[in-house]
Design a protein around this ligand. Structure first.
Ligand SMILES: Cc1ncc(COP(=O)(O)O)c(C=O)c1O
Length: 391
């Protein structure tokens, strides 16, 4: 079987051996110095000033929106646009926090929202926030999207859980909006088993993320900032550690995840290179197959592909190739969460019917196949042959 995910994290045996030593000698395994070191290291990789490390990408999305509510930058009832082709927990926090979700259709050739789609959706029904998803290591014209959002005062947030390391004209995805989220779940570019993060350049938001991540208390911000909060709220020293200033969660990571994250970061550039190299081979192979809609992602300067998507011109071709991949023992799956507006939870919580033309085609006639950094040369060859084959 050619698996979508081959290990818990990259260089699993070596890192596990180091992890055993770390666990044996560590005096503390709850959030501590390894986590904080990872936050600094990750910020450096991403090219952002601040990172708030949490226990999953889903938590990161919920944390980001709750922190913006806490700051009063958004308020309940505000409309939040999202990419119709995404993962459930990009959209669920919007609904859970009393915001109004507005789906935007994606491009059939890069699977992401384009500025054209964004503008026509905005003109029809203006929104306050756009929580875009950078899907599968791709984006559309994210620079134009940013420009439009800046001009129209739309807050741009990026769910970058699937695109760590990708670059549009040498700018890392995840650095176009006010903040971006990452997932470090198994199978993502960087795995800490479970994990996620919010990265931003905004100091006020960074402070609020740290308060909201852990119980709404002030313990994880600087002493100076803590004193300001305590004074403003007339908190005495006895209650200093037990004052809860904001609506919060407990999304803290632990030292095991922090340690793994710091070690995985050493390999991240290698992982991105390998994913890009395999993507290019698969893309070449796909250009030879007339049954496939050709991906157009040449605007990206680095393609840190998450998995390779195949979208078919017809349902019959989709069925033929799906069955052939399965028969050849290749693990495949629907493209991320498919058209989210077709998912039961979305229908249950939204009365309005949406027609997402392209997301619908991708939902109905697409699947994705493995692209991970541990595929062997033979596996890559088998997959490339299947992609280009005339069945
Ligand atoms: C686009 C996107 N957002 C959010 C998530 C959630 O991340 P996690 O599994 O770490 O909760 C995922 C997970 O795959 C994802 O693909």
């Amino acid at each position: 079987m050619i698996r979508l995910i081959k290990s818990t994290f990259y260089k699993e045996q070596k890192v596990k051996a180091e992890l055993i030593e770390f666990i044996t000698s560590a005096s503390k395994l709850s959030m501590g110095s390894e986590c904080f070191k990872f936050e600094d290291n990750f910020s450096k990789f991403q090219g952002r000033r601040f990172t708030c490390f949490v226990n999953s990408g889903s938590s990161a999305n919920l944390l980001l929106l709750q922190s913006l509510l806490n700051l009063g930058k958004i308020k309940k009832g505000d409309t939040v646009a999202f990419s119709s082709l995404t993962w459930s927990t990009n959209v669920m926090p919007i609904i859970q926090l009393g915001l109004k979700p507005v789906p935007i259709d994606v491009s059939i050739t890069n699977l992401n929202v384009t500025s054209e789609n964004l503008i026509s959706s905005f003109n029809e029904n203006p929104f306050k926030v756009f929580f875009i998803t950078n899907l599968l290591g791709f984006c559309a014209d994210l620079d134009k999207i940013k420009q439009f959002c800046d001009e129209r005062n739309v807050m741009l947030l990026e769910d970058n859980c699937e695109s760590l390391g990708s670059e549009l004209r040498n700018e890392k995805l995840g650095n176009f909006g006010l903040a971006s989220t990452s997932s470090f779940f198994v199978g993502h570019h960087l795995s800490t088993i479970e994990g996620g993060a919010v990265s931003t350049n905004d100091e006020e938001l960074s402070r609020m993320l740290k308060i909201t991540r852990a119980h709404g208390w002030s313990r994880n911000i600087s002493n100076e900032e803590r004193n300001v909060l305590a004074k403003k709220n007339k908190i005495d020293s006895f209650y200093d550690d037990y004052s809860f200033y904001e609506l919060g969660f407990n999304f803290r990571p632990n030292e095991i995840s922090g340690f793994i994250g710091n070690h995985q970061l050493l390999y991240l550039s290698e992982i991105v290179d390998l994913r890009e190299r395999t993507f290019k081979l698969f893309h070449q192979a796909s250009c030879q197959n007339k049954n496939l809609i050709t991906l157009d992602v040449k605007h990206l300067s680095t393609i840190s592909n998450f998995a390779f998507p195949m979208i078919f011109e017809s349902k019959s071709a989709f069925i033929k190739y799906r069955d052939a991949f399965l028969k050849n023992k290749v693990e495949i799956r629907p493209i991320v969460g498919g058209d989210i507006t077709q998912q039961p939870f979305f229908k249950k919580t939204n009365d309005k019917k949406y027609k997402m033309k392209n997301a619908n085609i991708i939902h109905d006639k697409g699947f994705y196949i493995p692209n991970n950094p541990e595929l062997t040369k033979e596996e890559i060859e088998t997959l490339a042959n299947l992609i280009s084959s005339d069945i």
